[in-house]
Design a protein around this ligand. Structure first.
Ligand code: G6P
Length: 368
């Protein structure tokens, strides 16, 4: 079947707009009437979840960035320690795999050579392997012991958008499923999180209606040669994805930094008008991030902050603030990613680049 753009200029734009639907489809049939997570497609039972001692997440590119968020989500919800590795590094560091280690390979295509090779190695070492993938019948799906599919639909644009955000939804579902089994959260807390999860698609729809503020930011940064993304906690992981997206399609050099780490080196690169995009959506870290914003402002940076609706404090310290609707803090990246995808999209468009087919890159990399 030939993929169509359905009236959108590019596949990437279409896929960004398909995210509310991708969230719904990924959740469908996995939340029951009693507000509990049910994952009929995976064989991992509650008793087996209770045996788990470690979880390793392996992935490449954008999927790796989803896994970084997945780590925090699973650890916060279950208290099981989680490690995240680039698939291309995992095999060579001789990871410690015990009987009760679950390895989860995250891959949109399910065909990335490094991810497949790392997954095979983990199986060889005796791990139980789960896959989170978007492609039914892919190699990763066929070879894993359990598969949790993201149901984002085919992704054509090289720069991944809806696959990434659907991977976040998969991690929320899995983390909550494990929390139910472990009783690390009580029923009311789980039901509350599920209710917020179910609201995400509608929140996204309303966000997508007003992308003008981020378009203006993109117009301003499109002329720059390099910029920084900073953030703490989940915002730091999200900053890495935002930076990759921008590099991939706009060819603007950018770096993502843990906000507190910038002063240990890269602050030297901040000059008059260097754009710094400060992700500050995690309220418990807001004060600290605000002080990092002040640090870069004092060196002349032009700061665009991403903050939660109703958070007024940042207007005093940043040059511009883009707002994201409120949800549970763990779920915020699933909303906050959208303006960042659109930032990359608009910046690439302003530069006249081929958004769907960036130079030198392939949708699926089948060589190691
Ligand atoms: C390529 C794509 C990226 C993707 C990465 C991993 O580099 O251009 O967008 O994130 O592969 O792909 P996967 O299919 O394993 O998620």
């Amino acid at each position: 079947m030939r993929a169509e753009k359905n009236g959108f200029d590019t596949f990437m734009l279409k896929e960004i707009h398909e995210q509310p639907r991708a969230y719904q489809d990924t959740m469908r049939g996995r939340i029951n009437a009693g507000q509990e997570i049910v994952l009929p497609d995976i064989a991992l039972t509650s008793a087996e979840v209770r045996q788990l001692k470690h979880i390793h997440l392996i992935a490449c590119g954008t999927a790796y960035h989803a896994a970084l968020i997945g780590k925090t989500v699973i650890e916060r919800l279950t208290r099981i320690p989680v490690e995240v590795d680039l698939a291309s590094e995992y095999r060579y560091r001789m990871p410690v795999i015990g009987e009760n280690t679950l390895v989860i390979a995250v891959s949109q295509s399910g065909e990335t050579a490094d991810t497949l090779a790392a997954m095979r190695q983990a199986k060889y070492w005796g791990a139980r392997v789960m896959a989170i993938t978007n492609v039914i019948g892919s190699s990763v799906a066929r070879e894993a012991d359990d598969v949790l599919f993201t149901l984002a639909g085919p992704e054509i644009a090289v720069a991944s958008t809806k696959a990434y955000s659907s991977q976040l939804i998969a991690f929320y579902l899995l983390g909550l499923y494990m929390a139910q089994s472990l009783k690390t959260l009580d029923d009311t807390a789980i039901a509350g999180l599920i209710a917020m999860l179910e609201k995400l698609p509608l929140q996204l729809v309303s966000m997508l209606r007003n992308m003008n503020p981020i378009r203006q930011v993109a117009e301003r940064i499109a002329e720059n040669d390099h910029l920084f993304f900073i953030g703490r906690g989940l915002d730091c992981s999200l900053a890495m994805e935002a930076s990759l997206k921008l590099k991939e399609i706009s060819y603007i050099h950018s770096e993502a930094y843990a906000a507190g780490e910038l002063k240990h080196g890269s602050l030297a690169l901040i000059e008059e008008n260097t754009p710094v995009i400060a992700l500050a959506t995690q309220e418990e870290l807001l004060e600290k991030t605000a002080s990092n914003i002040k640090e870069v402002k004092a060196r002349g940076a032009y700061v665009i902050a991403l903050a939660l609706e109703g958070c007024t404090g940042l207007e005093k310290v940043a040059d511009q603030v883009i707002y994201v609707p409120r949800t549970h803090p763990l779920l915020t990246p699933a909303l906050a990613v959208v303006p960042l995808q659109m930032l990359a999209y608009y910046a690439a468009s302003f530069r006249g680049n081929d958004v769907d087919k960036p130079r030198n890159l392939a949708k699926s990399v089948t060589v190691e």
